[in-house]
Design a protein around this ligand. Sequence first.
Ligand code: C5P
Length: 212
Amino acid sequence: MSVKPIFFALDSKKLSDFDVELKMLKGHIYGVKVGLELFTSEGPSAVEELKKDGWNVFLDLKLHDIPNTVQAATVNAGNIGADFLTIHIASGKEALDAAQENKAKNIKILGVSSALTSKASTPTTSDEVLKDFLIAKESKIDGVICPPSEIVSTKKLFNLIVTPGIRLENDDIDDQKNTTTPELAIQSGADYLVMGRSLRNNIEYVIKELKL
Ligand code: C5P
């Protein structure tokens, strides 16, 4: 059985809302993502519980603060077992460096641009993302969260690219505006995909038929 390079976004107030899905997906996908909604509701215990169950955990907190605070939060995220953590590149090179230099070995730092996938892809988006990613590159963090429209150009800068805004063909795009299919994202150079609603609504298909 091949493990698909997907993080399942656990976007809900309660981890127990995903009991059925997590059982079905175990062994089929690489990891899970704990974001702002679940973390502000259940806190570190959600991460600790997922780690106990053997999951790779991506803690998507998009930290945006001064270097001292970003660095301290990064150390704490490593201590609770997170394997990946997001930091806003807008926090600045100094904050990214502080996090990277003081992080626990187990955790990978991913930079986030302000150009979220809920914004449409325009030439301005590309400029905004490139400007952010050049700062991220200087800081030597592990990788970036990259919108679908920018994967190809970003591959020249980073070896670790994680892409949200993923929709299966004919899926509703909901609040996302910069989207692509799982197959195209991987072919373009993404290393991991973040999938929330599109995965939750099509689990059997993703497990049995999606070829990545
Ligand atoms: O349900 P859907 O697949 O749209 O969920 C996407 C997930 O990825 C959400 O948890 C969202 O917070 C996250 N994300 C995103 N765009 C970014 C960064 C993170 O959609 N640029």
